[in-house]
Write a protein that binds this ligand. Sequence first.
Ligand code: FAD
Ligand code: SIN
Length: 557
Amino acid sequence: MDDRNALPISNPQPLYGSSMSDFLVIGSGVAGLSFAIKAAEYGTVTVITKGKLLESNTAWAQGGISAVLPPGLRDPGDTCEKHVADTLDAGAGLCNEEAVRVIIAEGAETIDELVAWGTDFDKDHDDPERYSLGKEGGHSERRILHAKDTTGKEIATSLVETARNHANIALLEDHYAIDLITTGKLGVVTEDRVLGAYVLETQSGEVKVMKSPRVIVATGGCGKTYLYTTNPDSSTGDGLAMCWRAGASIANMEFVQFHPTCFYNPAATGPEARSFLVSEAVRGEGAVLVNEDGHEFVNDHDLRGSLAPRDIVARAIDTEIKRTGAPCVFLDISPLGETFTERFPFIHETLLAFGHNALEKPIPVVPAAHYQCGGVVTDLFGKTTVRGLYAIGEVASTGLHGANRLASNSLLEGNVLARRALTEIMRLYPPGKEVPTAPEIPSWESGNAAPPDELVNIYHAWDELRRTMQDYVSIVRTDNRLRRASYRLRNLHREVKEFYWGYTLTPDILELRNLVATASLIVDSALLRKESRGSHHTLDYPKREARFDQDTVLRKF
Ligand code: FAD
Ligand code: SIN
C-alpha cells in the first residue's frame, strides 16, 4: 500500500452537508461493510441492503480466506510469490498480474483488520499462537484461514456488529437499489458523474431518492441466473446491471465459475431446488471425487486430481456424468475419518438433515454456478468508468481472477478493495473539497399493481431465464446453444420492459430485469470468445488461443 493510506482522520461530521450521505454503500457483504466501517472515520455512511444485513454470499462462505501471513505465522514453505503463481495459474492466462500482486500483498493486513473487527479464526491445535491453515483446489500450500466451515458467517457477523456500533453508519435493511442516478441520465452532457440512487423501500413500497456524490456498489454476484447455484437468493446481478445501465464498462462475464461439489439432492428438483455447497476445503483435507465404481476419475484429467483448479474439476465431473449417464459423482470423505465432523460440523449436520450420513457413504455431488469471475471494470482502487461510482467485491472485475478464480481469493479481494477504494476517494475528494451541486433529481412515478395473471407471467419468465442459462450456457457450451439462449433472452427482455414500465415495482420485477440484463451480458461475452479457457469451454473452439489473451469488454454506448 502506498503512503496515501496514511490519511489524517478528519472530524467525522458530514463532509458534504446533511441532505445526503457522504458515502452511499449498496450491499452488506464483506466488501460493502469493510468499506463502510473504514469510511465512517471520515464522514456519514448509508449502507442499504435489499434484504437483511446477513443475507449475502459472504455469510454463506465456507472454506475460508486465503492470505500469506508474516514469517513465523505462515507455513514455512509459503510465500506471496507462490500465492501469486497459484492465482495466475488458476486464472488461465487472463489475470492482471499487477492486480494479483497488489491484492495478495495485502493479505496479512486484511486478516489483522478482520481480527480487529472481531473475527475469530480457528487456531492451530498444537500451537494456539498460530492460525490453523487449510488448503483448497489450486493452492500449492496451506494458506486458508477459516472458522470451521462457516467462515463467512463469522466474518459477516463481526462486520455487522462493528458497523452497528458506529455512530456515523446508518444500516438500512429492506432497501432495494433500483438504479443509479447519473448526470448523464438527467441529460447533463458536460460530464457524467453519479448523484445517488433510486431505492425501493420494500416494506412500504415507496421509492426514495438517496443522494450521494460517491456511490459504492458492493452487490455481489449473479448465481441466480442459473437454475442450480450455490448462491443465496440475493445474487441476482443487480449491481452489475445497474452499473451497465449507468454506462460503466463490463468485462469477462463469460467466465462463470461452477463449483464442483454441491450436494446432489434428487428430492429437491425444480426451480426451488437448492444446491448445498460441500466446501472445497473437504477435498483440501483429503476427500476425493470418485465415480460409481470408486474410480478417482479426475486423475485422468489432471495430475492434481481432486485438488486441481475448479474449472478443470467441474469439467471433469461434467464429462464423467455425460460418459456414464449417472446423475452425479461422489465425494468420498473416508480419508478424513472422524476428523470430518470436527472440522466440518456445519456440512455434516446439514447433510444429516438432508438424510445423508457422509461417514457411512460417499456424498453425491454435482457442479453448480458459484462465482462471477468478471464484472464491472475497475482499477485497483475500485474506480469505474463513471465518475464517483466505485464497484468492489464480486460485482467488480479488477483482473484478480482472470478466467477462473482461485478458491478463497474472493473474501480477500472484497476487503482489500474496500480499503483501497476509500484511500482513493479520500485522495480525490478530501474533506472540505467542494463537490458540484447536483441538478434537480426527479422523484419516482409509480405504476399500478400488476394484475394476478401478470404475476404468474413474471414467475414464468424467472423460471424460463434460469432454465435457459442452465441448459444452454453451462459448463460446456457451443455457439449454437449460445445463440438459442440469446434469442430467448431477447424475448424475455421485451417482456421485462412491459413489466417494468407497466406496474408498481416489486423486488421480483426488479430482479428479473437485472437477471435478464446480466444473463445477456454473459451470453454476449461468451459468443465473442472463440476459444476455450478457464471457466469458458466451447466444443466449437476447444483450444486456448493466444489471440484471445485479452479481456472481453462490453460498453453500452
Ligand atoms: P455479497 O457478500 O454477496 O453481498 C452483496 C450484498 O448486496 C448483499 O447484502 C445483498 O443483499 C446486497 N444487494 C444485492 N443487490 C442489491 C440491491 N439491488 N440493493 C441493495 N442491496 C443489494 N469466497 C471465499 O473467498 N472463500 C470462501 O470460502 C467462499 N465460500 C463460498 C461459499 C458459498 C456457498 C458461496 C455462495 C460463495 C463463497 N465464496 C467464497 C464467494 C464469496 O462468498 C463471495 O464472492 C463474497 O462474499 C462476495 O462478497 P461481496 O461483498 O462482494 O458480496
Ligand atoms: C468453498 O468453501 O469451497 C468455497 C470457497 C470459495 O468459493 O472460494
